[in-house]
Design a protein around this ligand. Structure first.
Ligand code: 6LW
Length: 569
């Protein structure tokens, strides 16, 4: 062989090797089309519960102090989910007036039986009628209307669930603090029959699981306190004639876990799965791609596959979870005695990509990222803080605009302020709003607020501050800290654009008068405080339009022409 051809052979081999390496790399970083991405429902969407009706899947999540309550999602492939409404969308169903941040609606369960949908949940911290705690609403169509609440008396605890047995009986399961409480987070799980005609618990209440059983001893997590804390999120399933009781434990942070027990009778005794927990990331890094996996529900597809939906947190910039607790899903093999999560890869662990369910793919139309406020009703994505009691907002008063009244209420109070927001669903995003306002009176301000709760937020507003017209950026970073202005410029116009964006935990803020020339208020501000463990532990970050007259009465309005939100990959 000539020297030249040996060289070309060598370089061909080299090119081939390079191609193989490139291919391997591309396949490694881009999940194959046969895989889906977690989370399946991004942004603040904790405590998922799921049910199937034929080929349709419905999933609900917790909404806490936000109104309307309990978003409901629909899917036919378990991967592409569309919010179809809210279960609690009338003030008569949901009184959030007095609830604290991270109070309100906890952990709903959705079930379907005999042509009827049932949603059961807990209202935490409502002070007008403390007897109103756990309640059920029903609907024939999951889009609604859902009924008024049926309050269940003598049902303590949180995380209620319903189980419809094949003999026609219905059972309620929930958690409670046992009488012989051994430590602060000692909880048990109880089951009682429910009469769904009178909505009354009947017969005897049976305590079926007790966190104290393994406390400082035994097989569940070696009995360590953090492992057996907070028995909650129970769901009963029946399979092959046996009753299975799934719960979460360890609390909703790093120690979160999901375990399962089994019995021949609904009331027990329940025997522990020797391989518990069936899902946890507690022993992995608290900066893993997602942590705190727990609060789960199981579903069987029409093709006999099992899946588990659960909450987890995606930390970035350290252990912070700015997006809150989101909804994830993993495959389950339940061909043996016990369900095994992610059986073919990392047993008991969730992953960012899993092979897709064997279900026909459902395409969800790409939504216009801009809401022009042209429709008669607010789109489903929008949410209020607490129950709105007056008509302080309107899509009708000025066609094509969302009009919001300046009201004395502020974002820093436990009230329903003039704020309408949506979830931050991506680590990096851009949100822009175009707004108009009349001459701003003393104390009036309008613009955008990015909030975790009343004590943790960014606020970028056009305002009248002691007679000076300014555009300013302020932040509040804790209950004991004052809101602090971190950037401010004189501003005279009556209409403007405001933009907030994030690159992971760094937030940038700018504004423009004409939409072409932008002035930066501040770039790359550290937003990790939005996701610190202490800040709104149960919720997530919400970006919203805001108008306040800061304690003064006002007859002025702010008009929002459009709002656009896009995730940045
Ligand atoms: C919910 C409990 C939990 O009721 O957090 O993570 C509580 N799990 O089950 C609030 O979401």
């Amino acid at each position: 062989m000539k020297i030249a051809s040996i060289y070309s052979l060598k370089s061909k081999k080299k090119t081939n090797r390079l191609l193989i390496i490139l291919l391997w790399f591309v396949v490694g970083i881009c999940p194959a089309q046969s895989e889906y991405n977690n989370p399946i429902i991004p942004g603040f969407n904790p405590d998922p519960s799921i049910c199937r009706v034929g080929e349709d899947y419905y999933l609900v999540t917790s909404s806490f102090e936000y109104f309307p309550g309990v978003p409901i999602y629909h899917s036919r492939d378990l991967i592409n989910w569309k919010m179809i409404g809210h279960v609690l969308n009338r003030p008569s169903q949901l009184d959030l007036d007095s609830v604290n941040c991270s109070g309100g609606i906890y952990a709903p369960t959705i079930r379907y039986n005999n042509d009827t949908f049932y949603m059961i949940t807990t209202l935490v911290g409502q002070t007008k009628n403390p007897k109103q705690r756990n309640f059920i609403v029903t609907a024939k169509d999951p889009k609604g209307p859902w009924s008024e609440p049926h309050w269940v008396e003598n049902a303590p605890g949180i995380d209620p669930s319903l189980f419809f047995d094949d003999n026609g009986k219905v059972y309620y399961s929930g958690n409670d603090s046992p009488a012989n409480k051994l430590w602060d987070k000692h909880r048990n799980i109880w089951i009682q029959e429910l009469d769904i005609n009178s909505w009354k618990l009947v017969g005897k209440r049976i305590d079926v699981l007790d966190g104290g059983e393994y406390y400082k001893k035994g097989t569940l997590d070696g009995g360590i306190e953090s492992g057996v804390n907070n028995y909650e999120a129970s769901h009963v399933y029946k399979k092959d004639g046996k009753y299975y009781l799934l719960i979460a434990h360890g609390g909703t942070s790093q120690n979160h876990a999901v375990s399962i027990w089994r019995s021949d009778s609904i009331f027990g005794p329940y025997k522990i799965n020797p391989s518990n927990p069936i899902l946890t990331h507690r022993d992995l890094s608290n900066e893993l791609y997602f942590t705190s996996t727990g609060h789960a529900d199981l579903v069987e597809t029409q093709n006999g596959e099992w899946w588990i939906v659960y909450l987890a947190k995606r930390p970035y910039g350290g252990e912070n979870h700015i997006l809150g607790r989101e909804t994830f899903m993993s495959p389950v093999n339940w061909s043996g005695d016990w369900p095994v999560v992610n059986p073919k890869r990392k047993i008991g662990r969730g992953e960012l990509n899993h092979p897709k369910p064997k279900l026909p793919e459902q395409k969800i139309e790409n939504k216009n990222p801009r809401d022009e406020f042209d429709s008669a009703q607010l789109e489903n994505i929008w949410t209020f803080i607490r129950t709105p009691r007056s008509n302080w907002w309107s899509l009708a008063e000025r066609k094509g605009f969302l009009r919001m009244a300046f009201r004395p209420e502020t974002i820093t109070e436990k009230v329903n302020p003039s704020f309408i927001g949506r979830r931050q669903e991506h680590k990096s995003f851009v949100a822009v709003v175009k707004l108009e306002f009349n001459q701003l009176n003393e104390n009036e301000e309008t613009g955008l607020v990015i909030e975790r709760d009343k004590d943790y937020f960014f606020k970028c507003t056009f305002r009248n501050l002691e007679g000076r017209k300014v555009v300013s950026l302020s932040m509040k970073n804790g209950a004991d800290l004052k809101e602090e202005i971190i950037s401010s410029f004189p501003f005279e116009a009556n209409s403007a654009f405001m933009e907030v964006s994030s690159k992971e935990y760094l937030y940038s803020f700018r504004y423009s008068i004409n939409g072409r020339d932008w002035v930066t208020l501040k770039s790359d501000v550290d937003g990790r405080f939005l996701g610190l463990a202490g800040a709104g532990r149960f919720t997530g970050t919400i970006i919203g339009m805001y108008a306040s007259s800061n304690g003064k009465t006002s007859v002025n309005n702010a008009d929002f022409d459009w709002f656009e939100y896009s995730g940045v990959k």
